[in-house]
Design a binder for this molecule. Structure first.
Ligand SMILES: [Zn+2]
Ligand SMILES: [Zn+2]
Length: 180
């Protein structure tokens, strides 16, 4: 049993995994994530594993390179440094996210892309370069919220005290945020 398999909030090793699919739009980007793993425990602590977030950011940064910014002038190609003079067009890109321990996630990203007239590399306009990170954070939050919005716990399986604290927690409507 490793730490990764324990709830970061209460330490229980009785974690359930759910896989959800979600679509969000953030700034210039829409992203659909399929097979996002969300972990939750009987105390209603919900989290998207941190390694999934890291892997998603890494994979999308590779698949969606961003142009270099230049002050008051057109962006430059991040590969050959030519000025990017072609208009951005919306494109859909599939990004596969793999981790060591979790099932594969597929992201379908609807993004603006501009093609370098020199080397042909498709890249995000620099104004959109932070939008991928925002969209991914929004997506993972939405996946966690979907799971915490459901009543995952079968109250009949709980002992009397657990049942009481479970009801109390629910009735307080405490925000249930995913851990980090
Ligand atoms: Zn917990
Ligand atoms: Zn280029």
């Amino acid at each position: 049993m490793t730490d990764a398999e324990r709830c970061p909030a209460c330490g229980t090793d009785r974690l359930q995994r759910t896989r959800v699919s979600k679509e969000v739009a953030a700034a210039s980007i829409a992203v659909h994530g399929e097979g996002l793993t969300v972990r939750h425990c009987a105390c209603d602590h919900v989290e998207v594993p941190a390694e999934l977030g890291r892997a998603a950011r890494r994979a999308s940064a590779e698949a969606l390179p961003a142009a270099r910014v230049r002050w008051l002038r057109p962006d430059r190609c991040r590969s050959c440094a030519r000025p990017l003079t072609m208009p951005a067009r919306r494109t859909t890109r599939a990004v596969t996210v793999t981790t060591e321990t979790l099932p594969i996630v597929t992201l379908r990203c609807d993004v603006p892309m501009t093609r370098c007239p020199g080397c042909g590399l498709d890249q995000l306009p620099s104004r959109a370069r932070h939008d991928v990170a925002v969209a991914l954070a929004t997506l993972l939050q939405a996946a966690a919220d979907e799971v915490s919005g459901e009543d995952q716990v079968d109250v009949d399986d709980l002992g009397p005290l657990e049942r009481f604290t479970h009801r109390l927690r629910r009735s307080r409507g405490r925000p249930r945020r995913p851990g980090r």
